[in-house]
Every structure is written in structure tokens, then in C-alpha cells.
Design a protein around this ligand. Structure first.
Ligand code: SF4
Length: 487
């Protein structure tokens, strides 16, 4: 019997990554490479749509990018000089082909493909309205709401329709779209999710690229030009790059958790190196909650940069006291009950020769349900550590995210139901401390910490201060849901 990793529900999941390219002779191959670099943002499905002459050419599949786009015949079939792609992490419920993006539709004004990173907070309400008007939904994704809003718009060009649709949605969106003439990139007015503009150089040169992260530019040797600005729509076509500002300006609220955990450490986001940000976070954590210890040990891989920062600031040696097995697949043979507790060792193993008899500071990026932290503390103790102190490079995750990150409901978040001391007891650590919210902001280059009047980032999963209305919550309490929006 096969099952998914039993600890997979104890991490936060990025829901999607997007990529687009215009003006490249190998648009499909470049998009496949870009998606490969964005694989950490979604592993459940992948898709690419290109446009050549008079037709859109799609290929979608469930699973990893390499499972569908490493074959020559697939790439060769996706001809054309423009394409968009998507990797997706599906939340609760089944992963089905009809939800795999990019979505493709024939509108009155022509064909249109769309890929979305984020989550719309009024999708349920809009969907009900559209269904009452006779729209037939094919998928359970909130992204399809945008397509139907475009289809029922008052007319005009595809860009006019897209603007009209996006003015009606609330939530977080970084979109890439493909039309017969252009690739379009849009970020929501607060810029919650990332999107960056780049350009390829070299002999094939001159193609413009849009991607969720700069690591997807690096893999195709494209240079970063700039981030797409919050509320900006970029149109990449034969005549170059055109910037439109179709939304009312709002204060930017980029997701601060991208820096802590979601983004790849080699990416640059909003002008900041993710790796350097994590190191500064680790330094701040050491200043705020230092403890006498012999070793600083990261929970790999995401805890590594913060642990390096913690070690540098504290003067305590950094050691790889936990080794990660990189070959754990998405599935494995389900163990019988008597050996189920060994499951955590599929992914991590304590390095006994380093740990035995030592006082260890473990550095991890977050605690979600707490089950993994408990197992890891137990494992490090089992390898002979004399003391285990857990330090977390973020504030307690006490609220759910509604903007494109899969988090358990609040009642299942350990920090929502326990104090820090209770959490320390639950996970079995000698001490536990989290980075403060002001410490996090200081590490992000805000010397006075969080501006409570006008917060510089989205930090709702730590503070409960949601910068975008959660309309669907009201819709859900007022009326039985039509059916699940998030698949
Ligand atoms: Fe990011 Fe948290 Fe805001 Fe979600 S709620 S966008 S994870 S900071």
C-alpha cells in the first residue's frame, strides 16, 4: 500500500509558480527549464501552453515537471516563440487534471491561456454570481473565476477584459497570460505574491521572461530586469514591454514568509537576497534569544541559512547535526503501526558523532502542527544530545494564510492553541523561542521594526492582520458552499 509522507501535512506549502516567455525560438524548452527551477513552489502538477501561428498548444500532467517535459517529442510539439507555464500544489481534495494550469479558453476576442499564483478571497462569492448567470465551470480552481469574468465582460480587447475582470477580484494574484500577440504579467495591487521580469541574452537573445522567482531566470541565463510592481500589468509583445497601471495604488504588502521559507535561497525578491535575509534573520534570532550551547544545528534544508546567521552572531559552532535524505519520494510504502514512529527518519537522521553529549540549539523556520518538531527533538535527544534548545526563525504561526499558501485551519496550528511554554513542553525541548515580529522586520531592513499603522509586509499568519478582505469567509457563513473552491 502506498501513502503520502505522513509529515507532509506539517509543513506549509507554496501553491504555485508561474513562468512566461515572449520572443524565444525555444519557448517551450525555456519554459520547462523555468518550471523546473520553480518546482519547490508546487509538485502536484505542471503545464505549458505555447502559441504558434494560429493555434495554442497545451501539454499538462500530474506530478513533477521532469515527468512531463523531459521528453523531446513533447517539447518539439510545443512550437512557437511565446509560452507560459505553471507548477501547482493542490491543497485538500483530489488532484485532478481539470485543475491543472495553465487554463485555456476561447473568448469572443480570441484564445487565451492563464496561469495563477495566489488565491482569490472573493472567488466563492463571484463564482456563485457567475453560476447564477449561467456560467459552466470546468474546474474547482479560483483562477477560472477570472476567465469567466473575462468572458462575460462588456467587450473590448483581451487586455480590456482582463482589467475589467481583475478589478472585480480580491486577493493575491501573480498571473501570466498568453494571447496570440502577447504574454501578459500582472500582480495584485498589494503585490503579495512575487513576479519578476527578465531578459535572455546570447545568440538566441532578446526574449523577455516573467517568473515567480529569479532562480527561474538563472537557469536559462536570463538577467533580472526588475520586479513587476504591485498593481502593474506588463504586456510583452513584438514592440517590447509595455507597462499599464489599471488599479488604484495601494500600499505594498509583499509576503514576508517568502523570505523565511517559501522562496529558494538563491532567489532575489523585491531586491533582497533570500539567502542573505535568512542569515540576517538568524543573527537577529541569536541576539533576541541566545542560549548557552555547544552546537548550532539547522533542521535541513530550509533552516540552514538562518542557522549560519545564528552561529555567526552567537559564536557557537555551526554543525550539520541532522542529515537530510534527498531521495525521499512523494510516496513510500506505508509502515505497519509498530514501525510508524520511524517515519521521520525517512527524511532526517541525527548525526550522532556530532551531537552526542553536546548542548544543541536546533534552528528551524517555523512550527505548523508541531508533530515534526516533536519528532526531531526526540531524534536529537535519542542521538545523545545533553540539551536540546529549539529556536524558530519566524514568529509563531498562529493564523491561516488565505493568499496562496496552504496552511492548516487555525485550530490545528500549534501556536494558535498553545503558549510558547506549552509548545516547548509539547515538542519536548529544554527551551523554545521564536523570532519576534519586530526582530523579523529589523532583519528585513526596517530598523524600527514593524510599522503597526502601515505594515511594510503581509504578516497575517503571524499577526492576524489580514491586508485583503476575506469575503469568502462571510459568504461561507451566510450560505452553504457551492462546492470546494480550492482543490
Ligand atoms: Fe505570506 Fe503569511 Fe501573508 Fe500568507 S498570510 S501571504 S504566508 S505573510
Amino acid at each position: 500500500m502506498f501513502t503520502t509522507d505522513p509529515f507532509d501535512d506539517d509543513t506549509l506549502h507554496e501553491e504555485c509558480g508561474v513562468f512566461g516567455v515572449f520572443g524565444h525560438g525555444q519557448a517551450a524548452a525555456v519554459t520547462a527549464l523555468g518550471l523546473h527551477a520553480l518546482q519547490h513552489r508546487g509538485q502536484e502538477s505542471a503545464g505549458i501552453v505555447t502559441f504558434d501561428r494560429d493555434q495554442f498548444l497545451p501539454h499538462h500532467g500530474l506530478g513533477h515537471v521532469s515527468e512531463h517535459f523531459s521528453r523531446r517529442e513533447v517539447i518539439d510539439r510545443l512550437t512557437g516563440r511565446a509560452g507560459i507555464g505553471h507548477v501547482r500544489y493542490a491543497t485538500s481534495g483530489v488532484t485532478v487534471m481539470r485543475n491543472v494550469q495553465p487554463l485555456f479558453v476561447e473568448l469572443e476576442c480570441g484564445g487565451f491561456a492563464l496561469a495563477h499564483n495566489g488565491n482569490l478571497t472573493n472567488a466563492l462569492m463571484l463564482r456563485r454570481q457567475l453560476v447564477r448567470r449561467g456560467c459552466l465551470f470546468q474546474s474547482t480552481t479560483d483562477t477560472e473565476v477570472i476567465v469567466h469574468l473575462m468572458a462575460t465582460a462588456r467587450g473590448g480587447s483581451v487586455i480590456d477584459r482582463m482589467v475589467e475582470a481583475l478589478r472585480q477580484v480580491e486577493g493575491a494574484f501573480s498571473l501570466v497570460a498568453l494571447t496570440p500577440e502577447a504574454v501578459i504579467g500582472v500582480r495584485d495591487p498589494l503585490g503579495v505574491r512575487p513576479l519578476v521580469l527578465g531578459r535572455t541574452t546570447g545568440s538566441a537573445g532578446g526574449a523577455y521572461v516573467l517568473a515567480s522567482e529569479t532562480c527561474a531566470l538563472d537557469i536559462i541565463s536570463a538577467e533580472r530586469i526588475r520586479d513587476v510592481e504591485p498593481g502593474e500589468m506588463l504586456v510583452l509583445d513584438q514592440s517590447g514591454v509595455h507597462s499599464l497601471r489599471p488599479f488604484q495604488p495601494r500600499p505594498r504588502r509583499f509576503c514576508i514568509f517568502e523570505y523565511i521559507y517559501f522562496a529558494r535561497p538563491d532567489s532575489i525578491m523585491e531586491g533582497r537576497s533570500v539567502y542573505a535575509s535568512r542569515q540576517r534573520i538568524g543573527r537577529e534570532l541569536a541576539r533576541e534569544s541566545g542560549v548557552a550551547a555547544d552546537l548550532v544545528v539547522p533542521v535541513p534544508d530550509s533552516g540552514v541559512p538562518a542557522a549560519l546567521g545564528y552561529a555567526a552572531a552567537s559564536g557557537i559552532p555551526f554543525e550539520l547535526g541532522i542529515i537530510r535524505n534527498h531521495y525521499v519520494g512523494r510516496t513510500f510504502i506505508e509502515p505497519v503501526d509498530s514501525i510508524r514512529h520511524l517515519g521521520v527518519k525517512l527524511k532526517h537522521n541525527a548525526n550522532r558523532s556530532i551531537i552526542e553529549g553536546r548542548r544543541v540549539v536546533l534552528i528551524d523556520d517555523s512550527i505548523v502542527r508541531g508533530t515534526t518538531s516533536k519528532k526531531i527533538v526526540e531524534m536529537v535527544r535519542g542521538a545523545g544530545a545533553s540539551e536540546v534548545h529549539m529556536r524558530i526563525s519566524s514568529p509563531p504561526t498562529s493564523h491561516s494564510c488565505f493568499y496562496g499558501i496552504d496552511t492548516p485551519e487555525e485550530g490545528k496550528l500549534l501556536a494558535h492553541k498553545m503558549t510558547v511554554d506549552e509548545m516547548a513542553t509539547y515538542i519536548g525541548a529544554d527551551s523554545l523561542a521564536f523570532l519576534t515580529i519586530d526582530g523579523l522586520y529589523r532583519a528585513m531592513g526596517c530598523p524600527d521594526g514593524r510599522n503597526n499603522e502601515a505594515p511594510q509586509f503581509c504578516d497575517a499568519c503571524f499577526t492576524g492582520d489580514y491586508p485583503i478582505a476575506l469575503t469568502d469567509r462571510d459568504a461561507q457563513t451566510n450560505e452553504a458552499p457551492l462546492f470546494a473552491i480550492r482543490a
